[in-house]
Design a protein around this ligand. Structure first.
Ligand code: AMP
Length: 419
């Protein structure tokens, strides 16, 4: 029978890759919890309408990339393509604002987008993100940018660039849209067919198009920063003042936009270099979305957040970035009743908190020590009959090959001392 494979564009995360995943996830949890964030886990399946309303009907994600279907009961569902809409749906559904005025939530989990698979681009990929809900002040923007920068730094990734922009708010958008449409309308023959359509639906997205002709026209487009209304302008100036004061290096990139419609005011990206992903690759993307809570049925609540793709970040990490395995004790089964002795000793030691491997089958001492080596054991315990008679075991230091006899009553403290 032919073997089944996982779905195209999806991938298994194999045991040998886990030390890196764990290192990254542990570092992330440790860091965001230091800033007071708590974890939230939402379902991977959501009502399709959540993403249509939250991300926007005229975005690539919703238009082209979503896994959406009717379930057997006729409900329109979608696999989540990103985390923010779900987190905010949950925030509204559970009246979290009533519990406390500020919520700081983080998440780690799989997301689904039907994109063309490529190196670092999957149809199921993992994102981790954070949302700071309930603070309008630019200090929140600065803190969240700082947290993202700290995180990337803690992973040992160097030469990153922070890019910031402001997309203004409801007052800014109509005038800027109009200016963009005017700029592009005279040059529609240079734009791709998608962008010609976008001029009607969402002209900001022309700025984000990767097609060379569109990029050239976009390079001369008006800057959103010239259109900011007073509130948005002051907000952006204050953010920049705080970033300067903190010594956070950044560039203002006036034509930067992001692929999701919910952003208002601040947006930012952290770019890094990777030989697998090309010279400049977005590691972290985020921004403010002050209207999203209201759009999802809650009361108007300012919010800022970011997300990063775990697989892409892992491609940038060196080999030393891995969670170290704890010391392993191997219990060898030797002589009459060896398996019983080994398994009951293993059981006791595991209950005392040690990581213990057993051979599962009898064999020569040589072959068992090989198994111990393969299991990465630092210590092997040889529970032979003679030692058992003396209430002891032989403790072998795997690296040095030296051995000592240890009384069972002293074993735990001896093993502790070796850790
Ligand atoms: P976005 O939600 O589009 O702002 O994406 C945030 C981050 O998620 C990106 O910078 C990538 O690191 C990651 N990401 C987005 N799409 C994919 C994908 N198809 N495969 C792997 N990572 C992705």
């Amino acid at each position: 029978m032919n073997r089944l494979k996982c779905v195209k564009g999806m991938h298994d995360v194999l045991p040998q890759d886990m030390p890196k995943w764990h290192f990254l996830e542990d570092s992330y949890r440790e860091l965001v919890e230091r800033y007071g964030y708590v974890e939230i886990r939402t379902p991977v399946l959501e009502p399709l309408e959540l993403f249509v309303r939250g991300i926007g009907e005229d975005t690539d994600i919703v238009e082209k990339e979503m896994y959406a279907f009717d379930d057997k009961g006729g409900a329109r569902l979608a696999l989540r393509p990103e985390g923010t809409a779900s987190v905010i749906r949950s925030f509204v559904q559970h009246n979290m604002h009533a519990l406390q005025p500020v919520s700081k939530l983080y998440y780690i989990g799989p997301m689904f987008r039907r994109e063309r698979p490529a190196k670092g681009r999957y149809r199921q990929f993992y994102q981790a993100g954070a949302e700071l809900i309930g603070v309008a002040d630019p200090a929140a923007d600065a803190e969240i940018i700082d947290m993202a920068v700290q995180f990337v730094g803690a992973l040992g990734i160097e030469n990153v660039k922070v890019q910031v922009n402001s997309l203004g708010d409801r007052e800014t958008r109509p005038a800027y849209r109009k200016a963009l449409v005017e700029h592009f309308t005279g040059r529609t023959e240079e734009l791709c067919s998608d962008c010609v359509r976008r001029l009607d639906t969402n002209p900001l997205r022309v700025l984000d198009c990767k097609v060379e002709g569109c990029r050239q026209v976009a390079a001369g487009a008006p800057s959103v920063l010239d259109f900011l209304a007073e509130g948005a302008r002051e907000h952006f100036d204050e953010l920049r003042r705080i970033l300067d004061r903190n010594g956070t290096p950044y560039d203002v990139v006036p034509r930067m936009v992001r692929g999701l419609n919910y952003y208002t005011r601040t947006i930012f990206e952290i770019q890094g270099e990777s030989k697998d992903l090309g010279a400049q690759s977005t590691i972290v993307g985020g921004g403010r979305y002050d209207n999203l809570v209201e759009e999802l049925g809650g009361k108007s609540t300012p919010t800022i957040g970011f997300a990063f793709g775990i697989e892409r970040l892992l491609l940038m990490l060196g080999d030393s970035a891995r969670r170290e395995r704890r010391d392993v004790v191997f219990v060898a089964a030797i002589g009459e009743g060896g398996l019983d002795r080994a398994s009951s000793l293993a059981r006791d030691l595991r209950r005392s908190g040690f990581d213990v491997e057993v051979p599962y089958a009898m064999g020569s001492l040589r072959s068992q020590l090989k198994k111990a080596d393969r299991a990465g054991a630092t210590v092997a315990l040889i529970a032979g009959e003679d030692e058992a008679g003396r209430g002891a075991v032989t403790l072998r230091h795997m690296k040095q090959g030296s051995q000592e006899e240890v009384l069972l009553t002293d074993l735990r403290s001896r093993l502790e001392a070796l850790k």
